[in-house]
Design a protein around this ligand. Structure first.
Ligand SMILES: Nc1ncnc2c1ncn2[C@@H]1O[C@H](COP(=O)(O)OP(=O)(O)OP(=O)(O)O)[C@@H](O)[C@H]1O
Ligand SMILES: [Mg+2]
Length: 263
């Protein structure tokens, strides 16, 4: 098997380093703060966050990962977001009941798939999604959090929230999250200037809503060790100078390092 992997979320043994960054993410969120993580495309944001989620779950947090990229409307947001929340509740029947109690603008239900297993699905009670329904959906993690169980909600490609009617949604979301006691958010995205404007521009709703963190390239020495070690696992001896050449050719971007090494 090829000892390198690229283009998907990577875990060990394809993932290395980022220990300090991972520790900072865990400390910030478990300390009750929100965080926004910036990095250009292909630097390893999502993989790093999945690593942090593993650790946070071990500490007892309920972590929801949600990607804004495929969202194209308020309806699709509500469907995918409630699904992500329900998937983290142990008992699906109980979760459906709880959703019905807290979100009156939707009708949650269980449908049975071809294999006979129950699957979560929703209908909308109104033709048009209003602010009240949207607010109820945003409130769900706070309402579902129980004694001692806090939620961490990870919103990937968060800048894409603009697709959902721009400023109003942003304002509603911000006004909601500042009151939550049992939920913290990790925002991340790859369109750095858009995300940065959301959190750094005084005129925007999310101004000062989260601590900022930037990740850079992976450190050179660790990358060389990783390359040499992974090649060795395939019985190939890689010269240090060649590992360095490969890193340089890849512009020191994690994705391209693994792509080149894979080839
Ligand atoms: N810590 C790491 N160790 C080794 N390889 C990594 C690491 N982080 C990222 N990579 C490489 O970079 C690729 C992209 O990682 P990932 O999808 O996590 O980045 P991203 O910043 O979320 O990218 P995008 O901007 O496309 O959303 C991975 O498939 C892997 O090849
Ligand atoms: Mg990503």
């Amino acid at each position: 098997m090829n000892p390198f992997s690229y283009g998907t979320i990577v875990k060990e043994p394809y993932f290395f380093d980022r220990k300090e960054e991972c520790g900072r993410i865990i400390d910030t969120l478990s300390g009750g703060n929100n965080l926004v993580l910036f990095a250009p495309r292909r630097f390893g944001k999502t993989s790093l966050v999945f690593r942090a989620i593993e650790e946070l779950e071990k500490k007892g947090f309920i972590c929801i990962y949600f990607d804004f990229m495929p969202v194209y409307s308020r309806e699709s947001f509500i469907e995918a977001y409630t699904k992500a929340i329900v998937s983290k509740q142990g008992n699906i029947q109980k979760a459906v009941k709880a959703l019905g109690k807290f979100a009156k603008g939707i009708r949650p239900k269980l449908v049975f798939n071809q294999s006979g297993n129950p699957e979560f699905s929703i209908d909308f009670t109104e033709n048009k999604i209003n602010e009240k329904t949207l607010g109820e959906i945003l409130d769900l993690p706070e309402n579902l959090a129980s004694a001692g169980k806090r939620f961490i909600v990870v919103l990937d490609e968060f800048q894409e929230i603009n697709k959902l009617n721009g400023e109003n949604f942003e304002k509603l979301f911000r006004s909601k999250i500042q009151h939550y006691k049992n939920v913290n958010y990790l925002f991340l995205g790859s369109r750095t200037h858009l995300l940065s404007d959301m959190f750094n521009n005084k005129g925007r709703a999310f101004y000062n809503a989260a601590m900022l963190m930037q990740i850079g390239s992976l450190p050179q020495k660790e990358t060389i060790d990783f390359l040499i070690g992974r090649f060795a696992s395939s019985g190939i001896q890689l010269e240090q100078s060649l590992a360095l050449f490969l890193i340089e050719q890849a512009g020191n971007i994690p994705y391209y390092i693994q792509l080149l090494a894979h080839e």
